[in-house]
Design a protein around this ligand. Structure first.
Ligand SMILES: NC(=O)c1ccc[n+]([C@@H]2O[C@H](COP(=O)([O-])OP(=O)(O)OC[C@H]3O[C@@H](n4cnc5c(N)ncnc54)[C@H](O)[C@@H]3O)[C@@H](O)[C@H]2O)c1
Length: 271
């Protein structure tokens, strides 16, 4: 039994893309504050990406890190693009944990290209994962939040979900879509005490690092480099900074916060 008295003590929280990167950081931060966790990841690399995604070892390592905090943890290997598999996994995971109070739709992928090199396959992969995958996550979680009398949906967008970030247009479009979807859900679910918010990170050093991105800016479009520059004097932010925003939004400290686009972006969107 978890005796942690932290800021989300006793809350049962679903996190997608939890095997590594920011998903792992969210899991550890929420576990430190007393949450029990349902961790989902694809643990496989779909075709069409320039960089590998996570492995089952990564997911197990996240589970070990959070279990060390004394929380209950359930892991499931699921592709967020598969709505039926998400529903089955979240239903089973919630049953194992004894319910669900919140979800963090964090899984995402990034492809790179200028307008004339971006392919239909890239559009489908990115929109399927970063937009429809977030929808699938919300829809799988909502019945359990309703059963709990309310809850919190946190959808991870990006600074690219608020500005016209170039050279990965499907990503920028999908991340803007997450905002519209989240605001619509926030309206639809407010009466049932379910809050829906988005988080907008600037660059964070994770495995999401397609090599051609920097090459493209440096070699072909240095004129666009300024769009990626933070206002604060930091090149990137750290995963835990984003996790602290997620922690606030799932906690009761944010009980009257819904429809918020929470920027943790070192000021990149004011440029
Ligand atoms: N790293 C950044 O600079 C940055 C900036 C802004 C927003 N984000 C967003 O933050 C989130 C986390 O990204 P990260 O930087 O930790 O990247 P990451 O690649 O390190 O982690 C993403 C995780 O999602 C998983 N995943 C990918 N597709 C999946 C699918 N179909 N089903 C289930 N799991 C899947 C991967 O296996 C991986 O474990 C993403 O939504 C990303 O778009 C990242």
């Amino acid at each position: 039994m978890n005796t942690n008295q932290g800021r989300v003590a006793g809350k049962k929280i679903l996190i997608t893309g939890a095997a590594r990167g920011m998903g792992r950081s969210h899991a550890v931060r929420l576990a430190e504050e007393g949450a029990d966790l349902l961790l989902i990841d694809i643990c496989d690399s779909p075709a069409g990406l320039e960089y590998p995604l996570s492995t089952e070892d990564d997911l197990n390592q996240t589970a070990q890190l959070v279990a060390a905090q004394g929380c209950s943890v359930v892991t499931k290997v699921v592709d967020v693009r598969d709505a039926d598999a998400m529903k089955t996994a979240v239903d089973a995971g919630a049953a194992e944990l004894g319910g669900l109070n919140a979800s963090v739709a964090n899984a995402g992928v990034l492809t790179v290209g200028t307008w004339d090199t971006t392919t239909a396959e890239q559009w489908r992969l990115v929109v399927d994962t970063n937009l429809i995958g977030v929808w699938n996550t919300c829809v799988a979680a909502i019945p359990h939040l309703l059963e709990a009398g309310g809850g919190s949906l946190v959808n991870i967008s990006s600074a690219a979900g608020l500005k016209g970030t170039p050279m990965h247009t499907p990503y920028t479009a999908a991340k803007h879509g997450v905002v519209g979807m989240s605001n619509a859900l926030a309206n639809e679910l407010a009466a049932q005490n379910i809050r829906v918010n988005t988080v907008h990170p600037t660059g964070v050093a994770t495995g999401m690092a397609p090599p051609s991105m920097h090459q493209l800016i440096a070699e072909q479009r240095p004129d666009l480099g300024l769009i990626f520059m933070n206002a604060l004097p930091v090149l990137m932010t750290e995963a835990v900074d984003i996790s602290n925003a997620v922690l606030f939004l799932v906690s009761d400290e944010a009980r009257h916060v819904t429809g918020l686009q929470m920027k943790v972006d070192a000021g990149v969107t004011i440029r």
